[in-house]
Write a protein that binds this ligand. Structure first.
Ligand code: ZN
Ligand code: ZN
Ligand code: FE
Length: 744
């Protein structure tokens, strides 16, 4: 059996099945998966095989079963034998999964020997990827190797009828990991029950660093304004939303709306953070997710979380790091880096080998959009259409992930984050070597972004291997094609904030005719200067001014709209001088920047605290049910160049007529959808291509994503979007890998 068949209760399942059919033989884990040798009557063996396919454990994924007749061996019984290590390592490792129902009832059962034990688990649940150092998956290869099982645990581990038979992280309060509570001076707090004391401290408004599954969280009472504000100040995180955790769906429904699909996702054993519409009049502090219609919410996924949330309405659970640094995983590291943020530390002595942040998902009508794909999903591979050569792709600059391919599988790493400091680069290197080790591959080709200044590109260039540089937006489209198993050319809509184009300008409003072998730029938004380059991303008013200036010339000054009188106007003359002299004004065709520009012209936001904030807020205020849109124009040379001038003129006209910003936002969204659908129709008549692939960070915008899905469908296109990996730069490495592999 190949697939995810190790560490998920597969051998005990086989043992019990063999017992049921009275079959003799052996089962063992090797580096390819699970091998079963079994003797019996043909008919019985057939039923045995059928049962494996239909009843295998919940966490297992079988990708391949091969059956052969072997020479007769005489077995006296059916037994589980020692793992063997083979040449090729093809076994898939399970992701970390949330505590199962059986374990949960033991956790709250006073009569159970594991009552309130924060690390209980069984073969159906618990930590996996984050505690594994090498394969095959056995206790000595995990961070549980430091804990010797007590007699009772060992008995369970050895008993094929037990739920904990060969459960590698099996533990109890006698023999397993323990929690302890510390203050931020690195002094232990001497209490009988550290968890109970943690709950008291949280209720009093303290900020606690809690060691979890894939790293530390910073937690505080989500209903306590003062605590949430303090956490924001100390973490230097001005406005980016915090994630919430509550005991169960019922509790979540007291502050957020939950439909059937969202509930299923929230309760799945992958336990992602799900973006849920806020409920009116909820009691959660305003500071948790300011100016946003959503709460990022998750349910507890470790027993420790359950113990705490059982006593508290809702917690803020944000990643335990300083802004921009990777999340802390070791106790020492946490004390070093976040002791000025946390008042107390609830830690434990089970090591986390590999950091894994919480995954973030948003469910829309027709799509499941990953904002971040990490804990719970990694290392489940993306299954490809065909076998491809083994390559390593190192991703982009922000929201980085890496990708390693092997045969017909692409393994995307957990979220590595923004590569802006040495710590995150170290994390990238660690992840590359870990992935290569557990997959047992040594890729001969490395793919990176075309941008020479990304740390990932520099890292790739230092490796002693052949490098393939991949254009950013081509990689986005290839990522969408890969997960949808398409290899024919498509019309790709690649919409994002930034990516270096092949002409040296900054792209991001692109229509590319692509396959894995190459691409042709078929259409793009017209270029606009970005006065101050990177500053124009952090300060959207610079883009607002740039679009106004290119549309109205110096007359923009006479426009009677609030933006012209905003506090930023002092710098307008300076910025227009920069534009005229082409000083530090790179050109961009980015749709993300157009969103920024419109957001600032309409008074939504002039400065941002996190990537994409202005665009997100423009989406959040859009009024439902508005069907009008603005005029647009484009001209065709060797490609379609779409002017932004009509759109800017119309927005200004609406502002002068005092049209509500919520209506302007909707009309702008509708315009983008109509305009690019028309462009797709034009390209279809030029090329006869009928498939459209959507990718790039802008597709996190649900209005655009859903709008394009239905409008393109109405126009007879086959439309593909990303449901397995993020459409943002978190999915970039997959596309890079596909393109590099195709070049071999
Ligand atoms: Zn369990
Ligand atoms: Zn024990
Ligand atoms: Fe991008």
């Amino acid at each position: 059996m190949k697939g995810i068949v190790q560490g998920v209760g597969f051998r005990p399942f086989i043992y019990q099945l063999a017992d049921k059919f009275k079959l003799k033989g052996t089962v063992l884990n090797n580096s390819s998966g699970v091998v079963i040798r079994v003797t019996g009557l043909r008919a019985t063996l057939d039923s045995f095989c059928k049962d494996i396919s239909s009843n295998h454990p919940e966490l297992s994924i079988i990708t391949d079963i091969s059956v052969t007749t072997i020479e007769l061996e005489h077995f006296s019984e059916f037994s589980i034998v020692q793992s063997e290590k083979e040449e090729s390592t093809n076994a898939l490792i399970s992701p970390d999964v949330s505590v199962c129902k059986d374990c949960l009832s033991e956790l709250f059962d006073k009569a159970d020997r594991r009552y309130h034990y924060p690390f209980l688990n069984c073969t159906n649940c618990g930590p996996r990827y984050t505690i594994i150092d090498d394969i095959p998956y056995d206790r000595p290869k995990t961070s549980m190797k430091h804990f010797k099982m007590c007699d009772e645990c060992q008995k369970e581990y050895d008993d094929p009828k037990n739920r904990r038979f060969h459960a590698q992280p099996n533990a109890c309060s006698v023999c397993g990991p323990k929690v302890s509570l510390w203050n931020n001076n690195n002094e232990i707090i001497d209490v009988k029950d550290p968890v109970e004391e943690t709950i008291n401290l949280l209720k009093k408004g303290y900020i606690i660093a809690i060691k979890g599954l894939g790293g530390f969280h910073l937690a505080c009472d989500a209903l306590n304004d003062k605590a949430v504000k303090t956490l924001r100040q100390r973490k230097l995180r001005e406005e980016k939303p915090f994630a919430l955790m509550a005991f169960d769906s019922e509790k979540v429904e007291s502050f957020a709306h939950l439909n059937t699909d969202e509930k299923k996702l929230l309760e799945s054993n992958k336990r992602p953070i799900v973006l849920l519409k806020k409920r009116e009049g909820n009691k959660i502090s305003e500071d948790v997710s300011p100016r946003n219609r959503y709460f990022g919410t998750m349910l507890p996924y470790t027993p420790l979380h359950y113990l705490i949330l059982n006593e508290i309405e809702a917690l803020v659970m944000t990643s335990g790091n300083r802004s921009d640094e990777p999340i802390s995983i070791s106790n020492d590291d946490a004390f070093d880096s976040i002791s000025d943020i946390a008042d107390y530390f609830l830690i434990h002595d089970r090591d986390i080998y590999l950091r894994s942040d919480d995954s973030i998902v948003k469910k829309t009508k027709n799509a499941t959009s990953f904002i971040r794909r990490s804990r719970g999903y990694v290392p489940i591979p993306v299954f490809l259409k065909d076998n491809i050569p083994s390559v390593l792709a190192v991703g982009g600059g922000l929201k980085n992930t890496i990708c390693v391919t092997k045969e017909d599988r692409a393994f995307l790493s957990q979220h590595i984050g923004d590569l802006e400091n040495y710590e995150s680069l170290e994390f990238l290197q660690l992840t590359v070597s870990h992935m290569k080790r557990i997959l047992d591959v040594e890729p001969e080709i490395v793919a990176c972004d075309l941008h020479p200044d990304y740390m990932s590109t520099m890292y790739a260039k230092e490796l002693d291997t052949k490098i393939i540089e991949v254009q950013h937006h081509h990689a986005h489209i290839a990522s969408c094609m890969a997960e949808n198993k398409i290899d024919e050319p498509v019309i790709g809509l690649a919409f994002d904030g930034t990516g270096l184009g092949s002409d040296g300008n900054i792209w991001g409003g692109e229509v590319l005719i692509s396959d894995f072998k190459g691409f042709e730029r078929a259409a793009h938004l017209s270029y606009a200067p970005m006065p101050g380059s990177g500053f124009a991303i952090k300060e959207p008013y610079r883009m607002g001014l740039s679009y106004l200036f290119s549309t109205f010339g110096s007359d923009y000054k006479n426009l009677d709209i609030p933006f012209i009188k905003s506090s930023e106007q002092k710098s307008f003359d300076f910025l227009t001088a920069m534009i005229k002299k082409k000083l530090n004004c790179p050109l961009t065709s980015s749709l993300g920047r157009l969103f920024d520009g419109i957001a600032s012209i309409t008074g939504v936001r002039n400065k941002v605290f996190f990537e994409g904030q202005a665009g997100i807020e423009l989406e959040m205020i859009a009024k439902e049910g508005v069907t009008e849109s603005y005029n647009y124009s484009y001209k065709k040379t060797n490609l379609y160049e779409i002017s932004h001038k009509e759109i800017i003129e119309s927005v200004v006209k609406d502002l002068l007529e005092k049209t509500d910003v919520s209506v302007i936002s909707s009309k702008f969204h509708n315009t983008i959808i109509n305009l690019f659908t028309e462009i797709c129709c034009e390209i279809r008549s030029d090329t006869k291509l009928n498939s459209v692939a959507l990718s790039g960070g802008v597709f996190q915008n649900s209005i655009l994503l859903e709008g394009f899905l239905s409008k393109l469908d109405e126009n007879g296109f086959k439309v593909y979007c990303q449901n397995i990996v993020p459409a943002n730069d978190g999915g970039l490495s997959l596309g890079q890998a596909m393109i590099a592999a195709a070049s071999i």
